[in-house]
Design a protein around this ligand. Structure first.
Ligand SMILES: NC(=O)c1ccc[n+]([C@@H]2O[C@H](COP(=O)([O-])OP(=O)(O)OC[C@H]3O[C@@H](n4cnc5c(N)ncnc54)[C@H](OP(=O)(O)O)[C@@H]3O)[C@@H](O)[C@H]2O)c1
Length: 244
């Protein structure tokens, strides 16, 4: 593998496990210095950073405005630059879509605080550093933001909002900063560890015949971050699930 991110600083939110951890490792393998982040799983996040070496762990809850400011300030103070922001941190509540009464204002607020408000806020705060480095942003969204599916209606709506934010922000930050999204289908992470029947169903439902592993998604995140002429796009990585 080439070292496309030699000398670059990459911040991956929500990288103490799952897709974020795999992305942190993939960027590190390509030469980057990586900022690992999570809100609660501090020990796990520190362990990821320690296992990499050229990495540092910064605790921050992206739903908290003060934490977002501190996170960007710490990156600026420690490294003096930011080349890539991977907005991977996200949250959900599992609510059957037909149960409209369970999709409460609270559920919407809790999910949007992280997936939409937190992600946009961090992007806004990081933009001066990203402009200085001609950097890029990759938002980890979901197939649920493209098709009427996913763990709940509030979650799917939050990811659809983030897909559109991707285009809206890309439209005003080029040519200095590119903004794209990677939208996974079903991925084997701690998030979906007790969704056994859904993983089993992927054998029949998805043309690729299996759920994604975190590395399947991480590889695309790195490629999208490296794609110098691509901006405003949502790249679906779902093993073809959305076709069925
Ligand atoms: N797994 C799937 O099938 C799938 C499919 C489509 C899209 N996605 C998306 O992929 C992303 C990663 O999910 P995953 O499956 O890899 O889940 P995961 O293994 O549970 O990882 C989620 C990460 O986000 C962190 N996080 C959560 N809330 C945060 C906050 N407010 N501030 C900072 N960090 C926060 C978590 O750490 P703490 O909890 O300690 O903060 C953890 O590091 C999410 O955006 C999710 O919507 C996943």
């Amino acid at each position: 593998m080439g070292a496309r991110f030699d000398g670059k600083v990459v911040l991956v939110t929500g990288s103490s496990s799952g897709i974020g951890e795999a992305a942190a490792r993939a960027f590190h393998a390509e030469g980057a210095t990586v900022v690992v982040n999570s809100s609660r799983s501090v020990e796990a996040g520190r362990a990821v950073a320690a296992s990499l070496g050229r990495a540092t762990y910064l605790q921050a809850d992206i739903a908290d405005p003060d934490d977002c400011r501190r996170l960007v300030d710490d990156v600026r103070t420690t490294f003096g630059r930011l080349d890539v922001l991977i907005n991977n941190a996200g949250t959900t509540r599992v609510i059957p879509h037909h149960d409209l009464d369970a999709a409460t204002d609270d559920a919407f607020r809790e999910i949007f605080e992280v997936n939409v408000f937190g992600t946009f806020r961090l992007t806004r705060l990081a933009m001066p550093l990203l402009r200085d480095s001609n950097g890029s942003v990759v938002n980890v969204t979901s197939l649920a933001g493209v098709r009427p599916t996913g763990s709940s209606i509030p979650y799917a709506a939050s990811k659809a909002a983030l897909n559109h934010l991707t285009a809206l922000v890309a439209n005003v930050t080029g040519p200095a900063v590119r903004v794209n999204a990677v939208a996974p289908g079903l991925v084997r992470t701690p998030w979906t560890s007790d969704w056994g029947p859904l993983h089993d169903a992927m054998a029949d439902r998805a043309p690729m015949g299996r759920s994604a592993e975190p590395d399947d998604v991480a590889r695309v995140i790195v490629d999208v971050a490296a794609a110098e002429y691509m901006t405003g796009q949502v790249v679906v990585v779902d093993g073809g699930l959305g076709l069925r």
